[in-house]
Design a protein around this ligand. Structure first.
Ligand code: NZQ
Ligand code: ZN
Length: 385
């Protein structure tokens, strides 16, 4: 097992009717900004519940944070916070609203050009406003981690930063709030959580038994509940299990002491930036090809994945790996998430620009061995067509 230093400061308040807890979680004297996305939080009544729970506090609102939150939009929120001397941010939404709020939290006290926050991967962040979260979409784990992904629309750049200063102080996870999600977002959410686990688990063995078995437990849970969540009417238990699995998939716990990959995520960002694909869709398309093309370096963990996650024990090593990758693809398809670029209207003539963008963003030695070069990235895009 590798050395590690793990701290996660986010308080999780989980369960039915927990939004009312904002009354005691947000400081009574706070000047609060509620940040939210398009129409869903208003339409579903979640914003009304939030407003009621905040009671007599001074509350401002900033709506319109789009999926894949735009740097340009978030700068307007930064201006509002500064002008109104707001001192507490409350994100109400999914990964995009939470990530956008993390950026605002870091940008408000930052004196330089705010894009430096992303260019430095968070290195220039030395303080941030306090942030609380009401989660409405289980997928990204952003509610319990210190990462944020922001898109600069003007240049089609989807970039990320991480800083312990932007970890939410608390997150409210009420599974009932997921009942209004459309099947597309549920499918994306299951895929995203699944691939988060894979990026931290499916590398090479370091005898990290606790982390491996936690990871396998999360993957098996997602396989069990995924199709039910997407295709059947909402029920509390499967939504509760999805919500907690997605949070646990990317809160730092299973990353402790193990190598990490993240190549699928990083090259997926270009598909969102250039072709508008949902984050979960990019992962469903790229992961099977990525595993196929990197099967030698990942051989031991692929065999472990086949045996422990998919119960594949018969056949040669290569046959078991083939079947595990095929099952992974079929699982994503069973969630209604297509696994070929052609299904999203992206064809071979798009590949040059995608590879050029990966290179321009300096993402030239990715993966647990740093061997995912632009040449290999090209092969992954091509194999995913
Ligand atoms: O905008 P509104 O109207 O609110 O609708 C949203 C949005 O259109 C809707 N929605 C959210 N909750 C709902 C709901 N609709 C009905 N009922 C509800 N309860 O869902 C749509 C998608 O929302 P979004 O927040 O964009 O989705 P998600 O949570 O999948 O977040 C994706 C973003 O997170 C980033 C992605 O790159 C992407 O930008 N990620 C963040 C990570 C992190 N911070 O650690 C890690 C991930 O790998 C990921 O990169
Ligand atoms: Zn993700």
């Amino acid at each position: 097992m590798l050395n590690f230093d793990f701290q996660n400061p986010t308080r999780i308040v989980f369960g039915k009717d927990t939004i009312a807890r904002l009354a005691d979680l947000v400081p009574a004297s706070a000047r609060v900004l509620i940040l939210y996305g398009g129409q869903s939080a208003e339409r579903t009544g979640t914003l009304a519940e939030v407003r009621a729970a905040l009671g007599e506090r001074t509350v401002f609102e900033f709506g319109g944070i789009e999926p894949n939150p735009a740097f340009e939009t978030l700068l307007r929120a930064v201006e509002l916070v500064r002008a109104e001397q707001i001192d507490f941010l409350l994100a109400v939404g999914g990964g995009s609203v939470i990530d956008g709020s993390k950026f605002v939290a870091a940008a408000v006290p930052f004196a330089g050009d705010p894009w430096q926050i992303l260019e430095s991967f968070g290195g220039v962040v030395h303080s941030a406003l306090p942030l609380g979260v009401v989660l409405t979409l289980p997928a990204t784990g952003s509610e319990m981690n210190h990462t944020s992904v922001v898109t600069r629309k003007a240049t089609h750049t989807k970039a990320f930063f991480a800083s312990p200063f932007v970890a939410p102080q608390f997150s409210i996870l009420d599974p009932v709030k997921t009942y209004t999600l459309p099947a597309r977002q549920l499918g994306n959410g299951v895929v995203d959580a699944f691939v988060h686990v894979v990026e931290q688990y499916l590398t090479y063995p370091v005898d990290a038994r606790v982390q491996d078995r936690f990871a396998e437990g999360l993957l098996q849970t997602l396989i069990e509940i995924g199709p039910k969540v997407v295709h059947e009417p909402a029920d509390y238990d499967s939504r509760a299990n999805l919500m907690w699995a997605a949070t646990m998939a990317l809160n730092g716990l299973i990353a402790t002491g193990v190598p990490q990959d993240w190549a699928t995520h990083i090259i997926g960002h270009e598909l969102t930036a250039l072709h508008g694909m949902d984050h979960g869709q990019t992962l469903a398309v790229l992961l099977p090809s990525m595993l196929e093309l990197r099967r030698e370096a990942k051989r031991e963990k692929l065999l472990q994945y086949a045996a422990r996650v998919w119960q594949i024990t018969a056949g040669s090593d290569d046959e078991r790996i083939d079947l595990a990758i095929a099952r992974t693809r079929a699982f994503f398809e069973s969630l209604g998430v297509a696994t070929r670029l052609s299904a999203y209207g992206v064809s071979a003539d798009a590949v040059d620009a995608l590879v050029a963008a990966v290179e321009a963003h300096g993402m030239v030695s990715l993966g647990e061995h740093g061997d995912v070069t632009p040449a290999l990235t090209r092969k992954v895009y091509e194999a995913s067509l």
